[in-house]
Ligand binder design. Structure first.
Ligand code: NAD
Length: 454
């Protein structure tokens, strides 16, 4: 498997991909290792995974360089990602005892009752490339804490990082027969679906997620899907610091080159503040420094997937054909690598792909609305349901709007953020199930109910 640098189009290295035989052997090993791992005391598993976070921190310079080389993201954003993963591991390990230990529900009277959280067994984690450390952490850390063995398939676009994750988990003390990375592309993913495992946890696109759900339904085991989004953001007319709101919301749309599942993908602005907001937004986006991931102060670097450049060009062409105007950018940059100019489209409508289909790139449509009612209608006019945000000086007004939104996460005066303490879950085409929080620790377990008399 050839690994390219998306910022230079140069070949970084070639890896040997897994085959059906090597995959089966890995799964055989995981089956053997899982029993012993689940019999290890939870406190020991916690210590091992805390050691893994420590190793990531210690090696952050080398790991962020590898991550940037294969994904094209600015080096500082790679550092931020690894630090973010360590913070999530801190929360998950600090709360594992509370949510994974057996719970006594009734201790008085003739019959005592308790819940024991048993691991699922050997689970697959088929993962995405956009935040490999973060989206991986959401799955394999709680899965391992709960006593499962994990077959981890990093994206083919983040394989070098996947191998580093494996290396440091093993170095931290996770036995080799408890965590195995499978290297390969979609065909390896298909081979994993042919293997009957005890759970399938996927992070990626709606299209692949739907396919996986259909394929593994026959096994009657848990399946979690963290999929894409078309996340809306609404700027009301009572905001005061327009420049700050413009800067914060632009960051929500363009951070990681817009390649976040919870990137702001469409913006609605109250007509009373539309002109001032647009002006401030354009100034902010025009100030972004574009360059190689390794250059200092670069905010926009290369897109990870080459094909995404074509998709963005098609979205711009479709929008312009239907009456949109390009206020900024709108084209591929004339340099090596997958570079697309940060793009702002105005006069957009919901007939345009850019307002309906996930863009996953540095592009945003901004639309004027007459008030809260129209904003709610447009925000809900989507197949997706991951996150939504409202900017307003009035918390009750924002809450009234957000209660009506069919999404898993709402933000008031913030956007594009994830907290380890809260469940991360999509609705509709954004998936189902939950990672993070107490829900995301227990999702990798099967509760057993004990009724004890005597
Ligand atoms: P993708 O669906 O193309 O690939 C994801 C993984 O699935 C990869 O490892 C890939 O090799 C594998 N795969 C591909 N075809 C397969 C098949 N037929 N069977 C089994 N596995 C297969 O997605 P991507 O491009 O890696 O990631 C981007 C998408 O992920 C975006 O839609 C983004 O919004 C979404 N995402 C969601 C979240 C979330 O938490 N909701 C987080 C990050 C990314």
């Amino acid at each position: 498997m050839k690994i390219f640098n998306p910022a230079t189009a140069e070949l970084i290295t070639t890896l040997e991909a897994d085959t059906a035989e090597s995959l089966s052997e890995k799964i055989r090993l995981l089956r053997l290792g899982q029993k012993e791992w689940s019999a290890t005391d939870l406190a020991v598993r916690i210590t091992i995974l805390q050691r893994y976070a420590l190793l990531l921190s210690k090696n952050i310079e080398a790991l962020s360089a590898i991550l940037s080389s294969e994904t094209g993201k600015p080096l500082q954003q790679s550092v931020n990602e690894i630090k973010g993963a360590c913070a999530r591991i801190d929360w998950l390990t600090a709360n594992a005892e509370k949510y994974l230990r057996p719970e006594w529900m009734v201790e008085e009277g003739g019959t005592k009752e308790k819940i024991v959280y048993e691991p699922l067994g050997v689970v697959a984690n088929i993962s995405a490339w956009n935040y490999p450390y973060l989206v991986g952490t959401n799955v394999f850390i709680p899965a391992l804490l709960a006593g499962n063995a994990v077959l981890y398939k990093p994206s083919e676009l983040a394989s070098l990082t996947g191998l580093q994750i494996q290396k440091y988990l093993h170095e931290a003390g996770v036995p080799a027969n408890v965590f195995q990375a499978g290297i390969g592309a979609g065909d390896l993913g298909e081979m994993i679906l042919e293997e009957k495992l005890d759970g399938y946890f996927f992070t990626g696109s709606y299209k692949t997620g739907k396919h996986i759900y259909e394929k593994v339904s026959k096994y009657m085991v848990p399946c979690g899907l963290e999929l894409g989004g078309k996340d809306p953001l609404y700027v009301t007319d009572d905001i005061t610091d327009i420049a700050a709101v413009a800067a914060g919301t632009a960051d929500g749309a363009f951070y990681n080159n817009g390649q976040s599942c919870c990137s702001v993908e469409r913006i609605y602005v109250h007509e009373k503040v539309y002109d001032a907001y647009l002006d401030a937004f354009l100034k902010e986006v025009a100030s972004y420094q574009i360059g190689l991931p390794t250059e200092e102060n670069v905010y926009i670097a290369a897109l990870t997937r080459k094909e995404q450049v074509q998709l963005l060009m098609a979205q711009v062409a479709d929008a312009v054909n239907k009456g949109a105007s390009v206020a900024l950018g709108g084209k591929q940059l004339n340099r090596a690598g997958n570079y697309f100019a940060p793009t702002v489209l105005v006069n957009v409508t919901h007939d345009m792909e850019v307002m309906k289909e996930e863009s996953f790139g540095p592009i945003i449509g901004i639309m004027k609305v007459s008030g809260d009612e129209e904003a709610v209608r447009l925000m809900n006019d989507t197949e997706y349901g991951l996150t939504a945000s409202v900017y307003s000086n009035n918390q009750s007004r924002a809450a009234r709007i957000e209660e009506q939104l069919n999404v898993g996460t709402v933000y008031w005066n913030c956007c594009d953020r994830v907290s380890a303490a809260l469940p991360w879950s999509g609705r509709k085409h954004s998936g189902f199930g939950s990672t993070l929080s107490h829900a995301g620790l227990r999702v990798f377990t099967r509760p057993k109910a004990w009724h004890l008399r005597g």
